[in-house]
Design a protein around this ligand. Structure first.
Ligand SMILES: Cc1cc2nc3c(=O)[nH]c(=O)nc-3n(C[C@H](O)[C@H](O)[C@H](O)COP(=O)(O)O)c2cc1C
Length: 326
């Protein structure tokens, strides 16, 4: 009987503590919301010479999954920050005097990073982390100490129990006020692909080098001239910036020619249900496909454009020159 009573009291105290923690996390996040919006309207301009990377730390895999989706949809490289001393579950038990709590409470703590990487080639960095006690885990400061992020645009993203991202972004800006750091976004595991794509598009604007919309380009396929009528999307803008291209496209399935491009492009894939002869599509983030037969499909692509009156392209490899000037 007494044992039962003690258990109930223990449960009430535990739940009470959990509610307090959640409230504390929420308040910490909201408290920073209205501060410093300086970088809000900065626009990241990506052109053929710009490259982006997703750099992330994830202790239990939640941020990792979002990082992978952002990398895939934005055509970015992906780099994981691997701690020298891995975080075991007891290190993350924030209701105790765990390692993560001790690090967060110690302003001089800079947990070592095991791997090294080259960030010189990147102009845009999606920086991902879990929220720890309202802010960035200290290993992110190790990253900022060890690498030069000057002149790069940092787009933060995080996952958390409930806390928003703004407190951590303010802390990043205060840590190094020379850096260009956008407002970023908190994600939860259930966020849709559309949310991910909107986040990328809000933060990265791909502009044509000429800034004019290009609605068609010339394709010379084995010396015969065709026009590709283009869609108006970020994928096409990225492709335009890569022109001119001379490609050898391989045969597949008696209905398509494909080639893997050197650069990855942003994607907005959907299942078109039916492919029409002449459709030009992107499969994944860098496989350019020209279909020369119509058929039903269960695969997803991002549409690039369409070539009217495209003949059967035959069984072998074809040479394709794509040129911006009509
Ligand atoms: C030490 C520690 C502190 C945390 N602090 C917060 C917090 O302040 N607010 C919050 O909403 N979640 C907090 N969380 C929960 C994590 O942010 C959340 O579980 C996150 O999605 C984990 O990401 P990961 O799997 O990539 O490591 C904390 C977790 C740990 C381990």
């Amino acid at each position: 009987m007494n044992n039962k009573k003690e258990k109930s009291i223990l449960m009430i105290v535990t739940y009470g503590l959990i509610i307090c923690f959640v409230m504390l996390f929420t308040i910490t996040g909201c408290g920073h919301k209205e501060e410093d919006d300086n970088n809000k309207n900065d626009e990241v301009i990506i052109n053929s010479n710009n490259k982006s990377a997703v750099i992330y730390f994830s202790a239990t895999g939640t941020t990792k999954k979002i990082a992978q989706r952002i990398a895939e949809k934005s055509g970015s490289d992906i780099i994981e920050i691997i701690p020298k001393e891995k975080y075991k579950s007891e290190d993350l038990n924030y209701n105790s005097d765990c390692r993560a709590n001790r690090e967060q409470n110690d302003s001089s703590s800079r947990p070592e990073i095991e791997n090294t990487f080259d960030i010189n080639e990147y102009d845009t960095i999606f920086l991902g982390y879990p929220i720890w006690w309202g802010t960035i885990p200290k290993i992110i400061l190790t990253l900022l100490d060890n690498y030069d992020f000057n002149n790069k645009t940092i787009i933060p993203f995080c996952t958390s129990g409930s806390t928003g991202i703004s407190g951590s972004v303010n802390d990043l800006r205060n840590y190094n006020s020379n850096l260009i750091i956008k407002d970023g976004k908190r994600f939860s595991s259930s966020d849709s692909d559309e949310t991910i794509v909107n986040f990328i598009n809000e933060n990265i604007k791909i502009t044509n080098n000429s800034s004019e919309r290009v609605d068609s380009v010339k394709a010379i396929i084995d010396d015969q001239e065709f026009i590709i009528n283009l869609e108006n999307n970020e994928t096409v803008k990225g492709l335009i910036n890569m022109l001119p291209q001379e490609l050898n496209m391989n045969e597949l399935n008696g209905n398509e020619k494909y080639v893997y491009l050197d650069n990855k492009l942003p994607t907005l894939p959907y299942n078109p249900k039916r492919i029409n002869a002449g459709d030009v599509m992107l499969y994944g983030n860098n496989c350019l496909v020209i279909f020369y037969k119509s058929f039903d499909t269960s695969y997803s692509y991002t549409k690039i454009g369409h070539i009217d009156n495209l003949p059967d392209l035959g069984s072998g490899t074809i040479s394709v020159k794509i040129n911006k000037n009509l």
